[in-house]
Design a protein around this ligand. Structure first.
Ligand code: FAD
Length: 513
């Protein structure tokens, strides 16, 4: 017998998912989609406890998840009252009235030898030393179709062959995440996932091996399983409470730990982007849905209290309030082990990075995809568990660095919070990236990185970090060729953007409620 296979879990035939938030139903739907005959999947959720009820912005990777399930984009958006998202507009991060955009789409076109932004950096240097016309390079966003479309309130999904500018578009959604959960519930139930309503009050473990054997509910029912998936949200009932996987706390890097969420009436047309406005002790989001706006204030309780945050949120929100602001508490960090014994934590039960770049649903998705890739049908293998945990930790760390960048490089110094985040120690991995960018504009792409070099470029330049030099190997391109190539690109972006539908028109044609 293979010593890595724990004998008591030799065959996974019964899966129990604890929690029916977005993560729980994503997990149930994905497993149902892949389940071999004979696998029973049960999801238990408690209406009394409810779901967290926020999480309205996504990133482009969700498209893959919907494709995997075979869901049609327009049907999903119609059901979830969604709009399209081309990126995030950051307001006031550099100082009052300053703004920059982090688009999902690609900047220009890389050549086989060089990243596109190296061409742009060289052209800018040429303009500065008089070897190119002063306006030859323009701004980096002149070369990004998502940025150009967003600035005009227009939208299109990517289209056309890889040689077209329209193929450089990338998009995601703003949606009602509770409705998304309900959509997936229907999907999963149609594929034989059983839903149990009830509150888990106890977790029974094998005395010798420590495996979870069953969970019991408040009314005495017992749900036995071979594999348990903890989707219980911040409660972390199984991986945290029952199995004791400790919490790796990143509050020193990302001190925001509270939020107030507030729906308001829609004002004007929905923007095809999320807005993140820096405020005294954190930042406020504005997310346009088809029939309302989602707003919220993410803040650090070490720097302001609930009452003050409430005032700042109401001052900043546009449109009449549709409810009282909902308070939320959280901590940025993750469970040291996402997979322990026969339990895997997905979603908030496994960890949370504050929502500045809307990465939480994505992290649940990645956890689910990895679990499916390592499905322990014939037994849990220690090496696979180690791999899973390492890979999840690395994903969290890379995303953490990207979020820390926003705070570290923000140039506001007008409150205690902003002075703290601009002076705090940052992870070495981030410091290394910043050094390389400052020296030669280098952004080393990592295939495992969620945020590509285009995203790092947008946020570093957006936050006012500028390379001292470019990669001088670019000098081998003749100056005239470079100027001509860049002009063509800029013109193609401007022309294509102007032909796209206004975002609302696109919604009306394809996915209006
Ligand atoms: P939850 O929604 O909390 O679900 C937990 C489930 O477990 C519920 O069904 C609950 O009833 C059940 N449960 C708990 N205890 C028990 C028990 N004892 N017995 C039975 N059932 C139980 N993510 C994004 O991707 N984009 C965003 O823009 C975004 N914004 C956010 C803003 C804020 C302020 C916060 C805090 C989070 C945000 N998130 C965002 C994260 C997002 O909300 C979550 O990733 C998503 O909702 C999934 O949550 P979940 O399913 O893991 O947990």
């Amino acid at each position: 017998m293979n010593p890595n296979v724990q004998p008591d879990t030799a065959h996974v035939k019964r899966v129990v998912i604890v929690g029916g938030g977005t993560s729980g139903w994503m997990c149930a739907a994905a497993i149902a989609r892949m389940a071999p005959a004979g696998l029973s999947v049960t999801l238990v959720e408690s209406e009394e406890i409810g779901v967290i009820g926020v999480g309205e912005a996504s990133i482009p990777t969700l498209i893959k998840f919907n494709d995997f399930l075979g869901l049609n984009e327009n049907d999903v958006l119609r059901y979830c009252r969604g709009t399209f998202k081309l990126g995030i507009e950051f307001v006031d991060w550099l100082g009052a009235g300053e703004r920059y955009f982090h688009p999902f789409g690609l900047f220009g076109r890389d050549t086989p030898e060089f990243a596109f932004h190296q061409l742009w950096l060289r052209l800018k240097a040429m303009s500065a030393n008089g070897t190119a016309p002063p306006d030859a390079a323009g701004g980096i966003h002149d070369y990004n179709l998502c940025s150009a479309a967003a600035a005009q309130g227009r939208f299109s999904p990517p289209n056309g062959g890889s040689d077209t500018i329209l193929s450089t578009m990338r998009h995601a959604y703003h949606f009602d995440a509770s409705l998304y959960g309900q959509l997936l519930r229907g999907y999963a139930e149609q594929r034989n996932v059983s839903r149990v309503e009830g509150k888990v009050v106890d977790v029974m473990r094998d005395p010798e091996l420590g495996m979870i054997r069953s969970v019991s509910l408040g009314d005495g029912r017992v749900l036995a399983g071979d594999l348990f998936i903890d989707c219980s949200g911040f409660r972390s009932l199984l991986i945290g409470d029952a199995l004791g996987s400790d919490f790796v706390d990143w509050s020193h890097y990302l001190p925001c730990d509270r939020a107030l969420a507030l729906p308001t009436e829609r004002t004007g047309l929905p923007t095809p982007f999320t807005r993140a406005t820096a405020d005294r002790a954190g930042w406020r989001w504005r997310i346009p849905l088809q029939q309302r706006n989602g707003n919220g204030y993410v803040f650090a309780s070490d720097f302001i209290d609930w009452d003050e945050a409430h005032r700042q949120l109401l001052d900043g929100a546009e449109g009449a309030s549709l409810a009282e602001p909902m308070p939320l508490r959280f901590r940025t960090g993750h469970r040291r082990a996402f997979w322990e014994k026969n339990c895997i934590a997905i979603g908030l039960a496994g960890g949370f990075i504050e929502p500045l770049e809307s990465t939480s649903i994505h992290l649940a998705q990645v956890g689910i995809q990895r679990l499916i890739n390592l499905w322990p049908g014939c037994g849990i293998n220690a090496a696979e568990v180690t791999h899973y945990n390492r890979a999840m930790c690395a994903d969290y760390e890379r995303i953490r660095d990207f979020i820390v960048l926003h705070y570290h490089a923000a140039q506001r110094k007008d409150s205690e919070f902003w002075r703290y985040v601009s002076n705090m120690a940052i992870p070495d991995t981030l410091a290394g990236r910043l050094d390389m960018f400052r020296a030669h504009g280098r952004i080393i792409p990592d295939p495992e990185d969620l945020f590509s070099e285009h995203s790092w470029l947008a946020v570093m330049l957006g936050q006012g970090i500028h390379p001292r030099n470019y990669d001088t190997l670019v000098d081998r391109i003749p100056a005239d060729t470079l100027i001509h190539h860049m002009r063509l690109l800029k013109n193609a972006v401007a022309k294509t953007a102007s032909t796209l539908l206004i975002h609302q028109e696109y919604i009306d044609r394809h996915c209006a409620v």
